[in-house]
Design a protein around this ligand. Structure first.
Ligand code: AMP
Ligand code: MG
Length: 408
């Protein structure tokens, strides 16, 4: 009996959220990119912390303007000036620069393009709207307000806004330590000649490193492990002592050299699932000691799809991230026929595009075999074809899931 995708994902997330609480640490703001906030970030100050000018121009009192549209200049205020002892006589205006403090009595700043300098003073050319061109205290951030929720991945715009609050340090979750290795006698390290005429390159470990790097994990690379039960066992033992999560590729199906299962039965509690998905039917999940374990199928497309669909949400949960960011999915017409056999949920690779009539449509990226990595090239989405669905004809509606930043 095959496990449904939804059940597998639910089981994985349950383990992640119930049993694993990430540790926290403090980091400098500069080192916080892509880290996850472990507590809400509160603004320590008002930003702006004083009323200031949004333009180079003239600070005016509307009460003065009513009497005359021509006001003599009484002084200049520059950004950074202290105006606590400023003397601003009635019936005059002040020259003011962008970012300079605006006196409390000012009702507006008139931008210089709307004014004219004459010999007897400044002439105002347009009607002046109260409060115009004044940036008010606390307009961007109020002191004591929650600026960033707990469980948020910190991006450059967010960190940039925290810098405006003067925050120099943040409390974040510790990065997840992930140990990876590949299994298979046929595997050769990239960058070296293929070992013999039945050898292939270990592309999966390379892919896993890219993915984990993007998810900001600390990677413990244990290399290529040959199909030998005691070597695999030794590697799993080492990995589980060092890492929060261990990910292997290959050796989790039913071939004669699939020793990962044997080794894991002795070392930990791992479920060897057959999930009703394509690609990626065999998938192992469980724990070895305090480390969680994911065994991904060896075919490169299966590795990438199972990582994206099952390991990614696991890592997000283990690193304390809010899972509120909904996966962007939509229903569109397929512009190509799609081959599909009933019984498994397909994650076919597709390209969402605009048709010649200006409508959204999806096309298949070609052959979908789990060993055919070219199907991912040019793809920007998964075409999700439900378990009980058969072949799909051009023009039918299908569910499309846009790749998130992990694959872009
Ligand atoms: P396995 O899951 O070990 O039965 O492997 C399934 C298929 O994936 C076989 O064709 C393997 O040669 C291939 N494969 C296994 N590991 C890797 C890897 N690290 N990189 C690329 N292909 C792999
Ligand atoms: Mg193998």
């Amino acid at each position: 009996m095959l496990l449904t995708f939804e059940q597998a994902k639910k089981d994985i997330l349950e383990v992640a959220t119930n049993n694993h609480k990430p540790a926290i640490e403090k980091v400098a703001l500069f080192d916080a990119l892509d880290r996850i906030t472990a507590e809400p970030v509160i603004s320590p100050i008002n930003v702006p912390s004083f009323n200031n000018s949004a333009m180079d121009g003239y600070a005016v009192r509307l009460s003065d303007i009513n009497q005359s549209t021509l006001l003599p200049l009484a002084g200049v205020i520059y950004a950074g000036d202290d105006i606590s002892s400023l003397n601003w006589p009635k019936d005059s205006c002040l020259r003011i620069m962008t970012g300079a403090p605006v006196p409390n009595e000012a009702s507006a700043v008139v931008m210089q393009e709307d004014a004219e300098q004459t010999e007897s003073g400044i002439k105002f050319l347009k009607e002046i709207k109260p409060a115009s061109n004044i940036r008010y205290i606390g307009e961007d951030a109020k002191q004591g307000a929650v600026i960033v929720e707990k469980g948020t991945r910190l991006t450059i715009p967010t960190l940039s806004s925290l810098a405006t609050l003067g925050i120099a340090e943040l409390t974040v979750y510790r990065r997840l330590k992930v140990a990876i290795f590949s299994t298979g006698n046929e595997l050769t390290e990239i960058g070296t000649p293929l070992a013999n005429n039945s050898a292939i390159y270990d592309s999966n470990r390379f892919t896993l490193k890219l993915l984990l790097n993007k998810l900001n994990c600390e990677i413990i690379d244990l290399g290529i492990i040959v199909d030998n039960p005691s070597k695999i066992k030794q590697t799993l033992k080492t990995a589980s002592k060092q890492a929060d999560l261990v990910i292997s590729s290959g050796g989790v199906s039913v071939g004669d050299a699939d020793y990962t299962k044997m080794a894991l039965e002795e070392l930990g509690k791992v479920n060897f699932w057959k999930i009703a998905i394509k690609p990626g039917k065999p998938f192992a999940f469980g724990n070895i000691g305090s480390a969680l374990f994911c065994g991904l199928p060896g075919n490169p497309v299966s590795t990438l799809v199972t990582f994206y669909q099952l390991v990614q949400p696991l890592i997000l949960a283990l690193t304390g991230q809010n899972l509120t960011e909904a996966q962007l999915s939509l229903k569109v017409k397929t512009a190509t026929n799609l081959k599909k056999s009933i019984g498994r949920l397909d994650f076919q690779r597709g390209l969402l595009q605009i048709s010649t009539n200006g409508e959204l449509e999806v096309v298949s990226t070609g052959q979908q075999g789990s060993h055919l990595t070219q199907s991912f090239n040019h793809a920007n989405c998964f075409i999700l074809l439900e378990k009980d669905r058969g072949n799909v004809t051009k023009g039918e509606l299908v569910t499309v899931e846009l790749f998130n930043t992990l694959l872009k």
